[in-house]
Design a protein around this ligand. Structure first.
Ligand code: BG6
Length: 452
């Protein structure tokens, strides 16, 4: 099998993709015969490339040495058909060394503005044609954000539809592949007791939060054109929201799960100009303007919170809050489901701790000791087991090799998510950008607008 990576010297390849491939290699989970071709713009020789791999990864031992002997550098520009044809010759040589025509997995670890050039040239150069006989395949893994807005996402989808078959395309949302995110669905499917109360009659509100201590760092130029809502909201948070609000599928099939998620995405309550003003808020951490690559006076948000609703019979009227920010004191991803209480008492709360704490906890109440009939809170929960773990990028690669689309976003989901956030992006131009200090503790965070 051949992995062909676009953007092999980028941040994502360095920090997530190559380490994940190495872990799979060490566990013998990559196909017996495999090769990795890194396609990049830098004028590098094969030696320069190997030096780069050695320097950019912490591993040194003989296993890593053996691993990188499977890498070949292919210099080229994303918009040059000739360079793809040259890379095709490299692929042919690899096939010859294998003694068969290998399956090919193309990984786009590059910003979305390069996608359409890459799709067109992959197709025109024919290097993405499957050649491994009847069961042979060629697949394309595309990173998020898929497009920059609804229009670009649609035109990319149209282009992909013209050039490739839908089952060749794997649109990544690495949150879907996190063990603790997969556990949301497992929890719902495996615990029937929650099913009857998993709706507007019993749930008061749901909060979904992704807080990061990370700042934009070396990704300034890229991030500045994107912002937090596109970076985390349009994908990771909406996908987690879908897993909470989707109908519990009867069968664990790709089709049922994806269409249940799609149904949530397509039923998100559309934002009007007025609701953007009332139900959203955005912020930027102090010091963001000094980050490398950030435009002078940039109004890009590094924090947002929005309140939305899912217009399905099960969830009508239940607010879902999605919130994310960079530059906070603590990194924490969690989902909190608040059950309704009675007039005097708050209801029970169910926490899905996604990271770094990995647990599910239900806050229950019992009688407080003493003469009075008063309540106190207790937690019932479990920590996600640490053994047999797969990191999200390992899972993405393994599922793509297996041809399993369950944990990848469909065309419909991606377009529905863009459709939902477009009015917010549009009307945000007129709303205030709050500046917040770095290292703010998200648990004491109260940047809010009265109606949120
Ligand atoms: C990426 C975003 O999709 O997710 C980054 O582009 C963000 O800005 C990252 O930092 C968070 O992922 P994780 O797995 O570290 O929570």
């Amino acid at each position: 099998m051949i992995f062909f990576i676009f953007g092999v010297t980028g941040d994502l390849s360095r920090t997530k993709l190559i380490p994940a491939l190495f872990r799979l290699y060490k566990e013998n989970l990559l196909p017996k015969k495999f090769h990795i071709v890194g396609f990049g713009r830098r004028e590098w020789s094969q030696e320069d490339f190997l030096d780069y791999l050695n320097e950019s990864q912490d591993h040194k031992g003989s296993q890593f040495k053996a691993f990188i002997s499977h890498f070949t550098y292919a210099q080229g520009n994303f918009d040059s058909l000739e360079d793809y044809k040259k890379a095709g010759k490299i692929l042919k040589k690899i096939d010859e060394s294998f003694g068969f025509c290998a399956n090919r997995l193309f990984y786009l670890a590059v910003p979305p503005q390069f996608y359409s050039d890459i799709f067109k040239n992959l197709h025109a150069s024919k290097i993405s044609d499957a050649c491994g006989g009847e069961d042979g395949w060629s697949r394309i893994l595309v990173e998020k954000p898929f497009g920059n807005d609804l229009k670009t996402a649609r035109s990319l989808n149209l282009l992909l539809g013209k050039l490739f078959k839908e089952d060749q395309i794997f649109r990544i949302d690495h949150y879907l592949a996190k063990e603790t995110v997969q556990n949301i669905l497992a929890f719902r499917i495996a615990n029937n007791i929650f099913d009857p109360v998993w709706n507007k009659n019993f749930i008061e509100k749901v909060e979904l939060q992704v807080f990061e201590s990370k700042v934009v760092g070396s990704r300034g130029a890229f991030y500045d054109g994107i912002g937090a809502l596109r970076d985390i909201g349009q994908n990771h948070l909406l996908q987690m929201l879908s897993l909470i609000a989707m109908k519990r599928p009867e069968h664990f099939t790709v089709h049922e799960i994806r269409s249940a998620r799609e149904k949530v995405m397509t039923n998100l309550n559309p934002f009007s100009k007025q609701s953007v003003v009332r139900h959203s808020i955005k912020g930027q951490y102090k010091g963001y303007l000094k980050e490398k690559g950030v435009q002078k006076g940039s109004k890009t948000e590094t924090y947002f919170k929005i309140k939305t609703f899912v217009n399905t019979p099960e969830w009508n009227g239940v607010p879902f809050y999605i919130e994310s920010g960079k530059g906070f004191k603590n990194s924490e991803v969690k989902i909190t489901v608040h059950f309704k209480g009675d007039k005097n008492e708050k209801g029970n709360v169910l926490h899905f701790f996604i990271q770094p704490k990995e647990a599910i906890e239900l806050v229950l109440k019992g009688k407080k000791g003493g003469e009075k009939f008063e309540f106190e809170e207790h937690r019932l929960g479990f920590t996600f087991p640490k053994d047999n773990r797969r990191d999200a990028y390992e899972k993405i690669l393994l599922d793509c090799i297996a041809g399993d689309h369950t944990l990848f976003a469909s065309t419909k989901e991606v377009e529905a998510a863009w459709k939902f956030i477009m009015p917010i992006l549009l009307h945000w131009k007129e709303t205030k950008l709050h500046v917040y200090p770095q290292n703010t503790d998200s648990t004491n965070w109260n940047l809010t607008n009265n109606e949120l």
